[in-house]
Design a protein around this ligand. Sequence first.
Ligand code: AVI
Length: 321
Amino acid sequence: QSSHAAEAGNDERVSPAGEFAHDLARALANRPRSISPKYFYDAEGSRLFDRICELPEYYPTRTELGILARHAPDIAAHMGPQAEIVEFGAGSLRKVRLLLDAMDRPARYLPIDISGEHLAHSAALLQRDYPGLEVRPVAADYTQRLLLPAQPPDAGRRVGFFPGSTIGNFAPEEALHFLTSAAQVLRGGALLIGADLVKDPAVLHAAYNDSQGVTAAFNLNLLARANRELGTRFDLAQFAHGAFYNAPHRRIEMHLVSRKRQRVALGGEWYEFEEGDSLHTENSHKFTIDSLRALASRAGFRPGPVWTDPDHLFSVHWLHA
Ligand code: AVI
C-alpha cells in the first residue's frame, strides 16, 4: 500500500482527492482492509486531533510539552545560535514556541504539514508573535520526497523537529525510510524527535478510548471525509471505533468496525462489509529509549542526549545527523 501511495503522491497529475479515492478503493478491496492514517488530517480531522491533545486521558501531548519546557535551555544550547528549525507535520505549532523562546536568535522556521489550511492559519499566528523570525510554511506530504530550500551561507545549524511520536504512526520500514531521508537533508545538523514509550497497557488503552468519544470521532472522520470529498455514503452510525494495544507489536491499533452487513459505493464499484469486518486506520507504535536509538542509528543518525519525564511516559531524543 505505502509504495503505491508514494507513487501517487509523487505524480503531480494525481489530485489529492484522486489519491484519497484511489487509496480508499484499494483499502476496501484488500484483505485485511487498511489505509494510511494521513487521511485523518483534513481541516476537521486536524481540529479533532487538537481536541485529543487536550483530553485528560491523552498524556503524550502534555507530557512532551512538560519535557520541552523543562529542558528547553539545554536543548537550545545544543542547537546553537541562529539555528533553523524544520518541523515535520507541524500541527498547531505550540511546541515549537517553547524552543524558539529558549533559542539564541532563531533564524528561520519551516513548518511542513499536509493540512495546508490549518498550517497557514497556525503559521500566521506564529509569525505575528515572532516578527523577527522568517516563517516559511510548506504545505506538503513530508513522507514523500524531502526537498528543503538551501540555507543562507552564514546560517546556524539546521535542526529537524518531529514531536508528538508521529514516528510511531509509520510502519517500521516507513519509519526507517523517513528517518534515513531526514538524516540526509539534515546532515551536519540534528533531529529532535519525540517518541512515546512502552507502558502499562491500561494507560495506553485509556488514551485511545477517551470517555468523551473524541478519538472515536477522529477515527470516524475518515469516513465522514470520504462522504464529503468522494461522495460515498458511509453511514457513520453503522461503524464502531475500535482501539486496542497489540503487545507483540508494541502498538495501539485503531480500526473502524462494521456494526452490520452493509455495502458502500465508491468510483462505480460496490464494497461489502460483513458484521465485525474492520478497516484498519492507524498504528501507533510505542518505543523504548533503546529501540528508538537503535532505529535512529540504522537510519544514519548518531544518538545524543535523551530527555524524559519523571514517570517515563514519553521521551525526547537529540540525534546528530
Ligand atoms: C499523531 N499521532 C502521534 C497520534 C498518536 O497518538 O498516534 C494520533 C492519534 N490517534 C489517536 N489519538 C491520537
